[in-house]
Design a protein around this ligand. Structure first.
Ligand code: GLA
Length: 780
């Protein structure tokens, strides 16, 4: 069993496949953090003793200018400003940033949590109304039409355990339960916190992180993923300073600008070696990640809902749940850390029938037609796409209300039959007749001032009394913290979806939140609005999923503005970025891959010159890049050449052929686009190394340049492999008469160990941004 709770010794240990996490109750009742790192290997000895009591690591010294709790008497060696803690509170003499801050009705901020009890139970805890990791990971091979949606009831699968440690502040009457979840097939430890007011007075939660980890020593680099609209999740790595480093969003969504995922890595850690720790939050709103190295060289990492613009009134007997954080430790470098997160999100976070099904190859109308379409034009786009093998047409923005530009119509979720020329059901039928599924775009959280909804309910949009609301993309945000608003929009959309054969929904969100004031909340509760908004979005998605369990829902927020593990609980894929330029996507998808699986990454081939950057790349290059995701198209395929059409036809066949490898296989970053200016390469391999797909894009173009080499991963060292260019890239290269070293050598067998240790020379490819995609098959 992975959890050892030694009540007599007050020593609590969690062991995963490769890590050990230990806590102990200190002499005065504080829950101290003892160790998180490489697996020690605990065993029950006698009546519950462990052979791995690591409390000797925690030292006690008299520290200058560090206070001591009153009950330590004359003992000056016990200071919470220096001791490693599991859930540090503001008001205990710890001057570092803390996990919990409570204000009472008199306005006093102080909380002092002491240990009360411990409990271990089978199964993984869940969190009411919020995303959480679940245990059951069986691959579901459901036939169409038999799917169910939710997994929200408490998970009792035997393959998981929950550790609950109850702490209490006796003055406030506050009970804080720290929850830890462990799955037998994962190296992840999940954490969440339940705060209950058992006292007689109302208190205010001013900050409640989901997790805190205090490291006793170590020189760490912080790896985080910053960005902007159209350039999300750019990796940045820098040494931790002796200062507080904060990663956060104040935008009401997890945001393009920062991602609720970061890594602390030892200085020498790289892809294949070294220690690193991942911190990932399953939450889609404002968050705060903190990494700080203190005066003694100890590092504290915190992650949770942001305390800015947050204040939660907790009346007697009420409970507050934090979002969940998923922690992971790897001793084998960053690729192993990513692999653990990929498996976790794919099997223990994403839900519904589409979790394990191959996602349909789609064509999206946005960059093909923008707002300018009717049913006939859509049918023309669909017909050409169907002829080449595309499986679904997605009708993007512009089908509803009075919506011929992005200035009007949001909130009016009824079909604009005049524009389409027929009912939506008819459009779906015409698409279905081509052998394709039909999908639809929605943006439920938003409202245009020029809409019937706004004219009827102006008070449903966030507006500060006495002020005019700030516009973003000329639209306002509906107050989803109010149930009646969510109910109304959900019913409108249900009506539309019920009257057409819809197989897919793209749920968009195209601006961040301002004017945070809810008519649904009292003055002292306005600080809850942003969190309640996120809960409203989750409620919308949960009920939409329940009503239409067969529909595949793709998340989107102006591309990747809400690309987080919380959303993946409701939408198994998310449009990764509005930037469809294949070369820019290399960096975006590279950064995204550290925390998120390929099956979550919405990625499409679009037209050239690219609509965002003006750059032109060949169709096979765009195809190879888009295949590192849920593959699709975002252009009118009637407008490309016959040769390109033939490449597209083969691309789709390739994608379908390799979809298991891509969606379910192991993913390897073979080079970094942030460092390597010559090429970017990545690979998918099957679990047993029987085959792999190498993908490489040349990003440098030089005269008489040095030969580049790429080393593969995930093959059997004693295996022999055949190399074969994929049909689509081979076809494109033949058309261009591009010399390709591998093409000439297809009969040759290569030893797996050599492909991994010595690598492969990258063939000479004339022209910028050439693609090379090779299927590597074990022959013996
Ligand atoms: C956002 C999305 C795009 C598209 C437009 C439609 O920007 O990210 O893919 O759906 O909205 O307005």
């Amino acid at each position: 069993m992975p959890i050892f709770a030694d009540e007599n010794n007050k020593l609590f240990t969690i062991e995963t496949k490769s890590s050990t996490y230990q806590m102990a109750v200190g002499e005065y009742g504080h829950l101290l953090h003892v160790y998180y790192g490489k697996r020690i290997g605990c065993e029950h000895i006698g009546s519950g003793f462990l052979n791995a009591d690591l409390r000797y690591l925690v030292t006690y010294y008299d520290r200058g200018f560090a206070g001591n709790p009153n009950d330590t008497g004359m003992d000056r060696t016990y200071s919470l400003d220096a001791l490693p803690q599991e859930y540090p509170c503001f008001g205990t003499g710890d001057y570092r940033s803390t996990a919990l801050q409570i204000r009472n009705a008199e306005g006093v901020s102080c909380c002092d949590l002491r240990y009360q009890s411990v409990r271990v139970r089978e199964g993984k805890y869940s969190i009411p109304g919020m995303p959480a990791v679940y245990a059951d990971s069986e691959k579901v091979d459901q036939k169409e039409g038999t799917g169910s949606w939710g997994r929200d009831s408490a998970d009792t699968a035997a393959s998981a355990q929950t550790l609950e440690i109850v702490l209490e502040d006796s003055v406030l009457g506050l009970e804080v339960t720290l929850l830890y979840g462990v799955l037998s097939d994962s190296d992840v430890i999940t954490r969440a916190v339940k705060i209950r007011n058992c006292g007689a007075q109302t208190v205010y939660i001013e900050k409640a992180a989901s997790c805190c980890v205090d490291f006793l020593y170590g020189d760490f680099d912080l790896i985080h993923f910053h960005g902007r609209h159209g350039m999300e999740r750019q990796l940045e790595r820098s040494p931790l300073l002796r200062a507080e480093q904060v990663l956060q969003s104040r935008r009401g969504a997890s945001s393009h600008q920062q991602n609720p995922f970061f890594i602390l890595a030892s200085r020498e850690t790289g892809e294949t070696k070294g220690e690193c720790y991942g911190f990932q939050l399953l939450y889609s709103g404002n968050f705060k990640g903190e990494a700080l190295t203190d005066q003694y060289g100890q590092t504290r990492a915190l992650l949770g809902i942001s305390d800015e613009l947050f204040s939660w009134e907790l009346r007697p007997q009420e409970t507050f749940d934090t979002p969940e954080a998923a922690l992971c430790y790897s001793v084998e470098g960053l690729e192993r850390l990513s692999d653990e997160y990929h498996r976790l999100l794919r099997r223990h976070v994403c839900r519904g029938v589409w979790r394990d099904r191959r996602r349909p190859v789609l064509i999206n109308s946005w960059e093909a037609a923008y707002f300018d379409f009717d049913a006939d034009k859509l049918e023309r786009i669909a017909a050409q796409a169907a002829e080449l093998g595309v499986e679904m047409l997605v009708l993007d923005d512009g089908w509803f209300g009075k919506r011929d530009s992005d200035n009007t119509g949001l909130g009016d979720w009824y079909v604009n039959e005049e524009k389409l020329g027929c009912p939506l059901g008819e459009v779906a039928r015409r698409v279905n007749q081509l052998g394709m599924r039909f999908g639809l775009w929605i943006e439920p959280e938003m409202v245009s001032e020029d809409s019937d909804l706004y004219r009827t309910h102006p008070d449903w949009a966030f507006t500060i009394p006495g002020r005019s609301p700030i516009r973003g993309r000329n639209q306002l945000v509906l107050d989803f913290s109010r149930k009646e608003v969510v109910d109304h929009v959900l019913d409108q959309i249900t009506e539309v979806v019920s009257h057409a054969n819809i197989a897919y929904i793209k749920m968009d969100m195209n601006r961040h939140l301002t004017d945070i004031y809810s008519l649904g909340a009292r003055a002292q509760n306005q600080g809850t609005t942003l969190h309640r908004y996120v809960l409203g979005v989750y409620d919308f998605l949960e009920r939409l999923g329940e009503r239409f369990p067969e529909i595949l829902i793709e998340g989107c927020a102006g591309g990747g503005g809400r690309f987080d593990a919380g959303m993946l609980y409701y939408t198994p894929q998310i449009w990764c970025s509005d930037n469809t330029d294949a070369i820019e996507r290399l960096r975006i998808q590279y950064g995204t891959s550290f925390g998120y699986p390929i099956s979550a990454v919405g990625s499409h081939v679009s037209a050239v010159p690219n609509h965002q950057t003006g750059r032109s790349t060949d169709i096979e290059t765009r195809g190879v890049v888009a295949m590192a995701g849920t593959f699709g198209y975002e252009l009118d395929l009637n407008l490309i050449t016959d040769q390109e059409k033939e490449t597209v036809r083969r691309q789709i066949q390739d994608y379908i052929q390799y979809s298991d490898l891509i969606q379910e296989g192991r993913y390897w970053r073979l080079s970094s686009p942030m460092e390597n200016e010559e090429y970017t390469a990545w690979e998918f391999s099957s679990e047993d190394g029987s085959d792999a797909l190498l993908n490489l894009i040349r990003t440098g173009a030089h005269c008489n340049s040095p030969v580049q080499y790429v080393r593969l991963r995930g093959l059997a060292p004693d295996g022999w492999y055949r190399l074969e260019e994929t049909e689509s890239t081979r076809h494109a290269h033949r058309q261009k008469n591009a010399g390709n070293a591998i093409l000439a050598n297809e009969k040759k067998l290569y030893p797996g160990s050599a492909l991994m240790s010595a690598g492969l020379p990258v063939p000479w490819m004339n022209g910028a941004y050439q693609a090379w995609q090779v299927h590597i098959v074990r022959e013996k």
